[in-house]
Design a protein around this ligand. Structure first.
Ligand SMILES: [Zn+2]
Length: 250
């Protein structure tokens, strides 16, 4: 019973923090992160009241449109809020044996959401976010070294196992894979260890391929698709279900 209660609290905090992630996704590329301007509609610039900013519910209540100019609000806002809340609850459910794992995974999920959102908008991953992921990876590596959920060098192999092949591909193709993707794979790899990194990258590339195929069929043209959001999805899936999948297979 108490678990449901804690789960519900985490869900609510996940929603609230998720709406902060939306602010980050919007503001970090515009470099006005530290301006104290309160939230406003990106279309009509009207200041938003607190009741316009209740995660998910405001979107449903306003039927996805701005209260003031009736312009459509991107469905990404509630999706970001919900994903963050769900991923936080799943961190609590899956990693309940270790409070550090719960916190580290929850923070990693939030960072992956912001990275995916910004990469979708700008095709770039800000270095600051990669460094934040790297810090998480180093913490997890140190914890692993002393308390060992896996052998410590598995984290080091994780950092290298995708980032180095990606780097070689980038050097050969002259930019087929972005520098941000390579750095992200290094940082996330250190966190996940090599098994989950390989699995996450595999899932991410499959997803990116499916998206590329759908775009090609729908618009009858091929375009570049941002790899990072698919990779973020793959890494998150691998972190949650990777060990289960590995146990099923082996
Ligand atoms: Zn508006």
């Amino acid at each position: 019973m108490i678990d449901y209660f804690i789960g519900a609290i985490i869900f609510i905090y996940g929603l609230i923090f998720g709406s902060f992630l939306n602010v980050l996704i919007y503001r970090i590329p515009r470099k006005n992160f530290f301006s104290s301007v309160s939230s406003y509609c990106p279309e009509c610039k009207h200041k938003l009241a607190w009741y316009d900013l209740i995660p998910v519910f405001s979107y449903i209540f306003l039927r996805g449109r701005c209260r003031y100019c009736k312009e459509k609000i991107s469905v990404r806002y509630p999706i970001v809020e919900l994903s963050n809340a769900v991923l936080w609850v799943l961190s609590f459910v899956f990693f309940r044996n270790s409070i550090s794992d719960i916190i580290l995974s929850a923070v990693l999920f939030s960072l992956l959401i912001v990275i995916a959102g910004i990469d979708l908008d700008t095709q770039e991953i800000p270095n600051g976010l990669v460094i934040a992921v790297l810090v998480l990876g180093v913490i997890r590596f140190i914890l692993s070294f002393f308390f060992g959920d896996m052998l410590w060098f598995e984290h080091l192999i994780g950092a290298a196992c995708i980032s180095i092949p990606f780097l070689i591909i980038a050097l050969i193709t002259g930019g087929g894979i972005g520098g941000g993707d390579i750095k992200l794979c290094f940082a996330v790899g250190l966190f996940l260890g090599w098994k989950l990194t390989l699995m996450g990258t595999f899932l991410g590339i499959i997803l990116a391929g499916i998206i590329a195929l759908v775009i090609m069929i729908k618009h009858k043209k091929s375009g570049t698709i941002p790899l990072a959001p698919s990779l973020c999805f793959g890494f998150a899936t691998a972190l949650l279900f990777g060990n289960m999948i590995l146990e099923l297979i082996f």
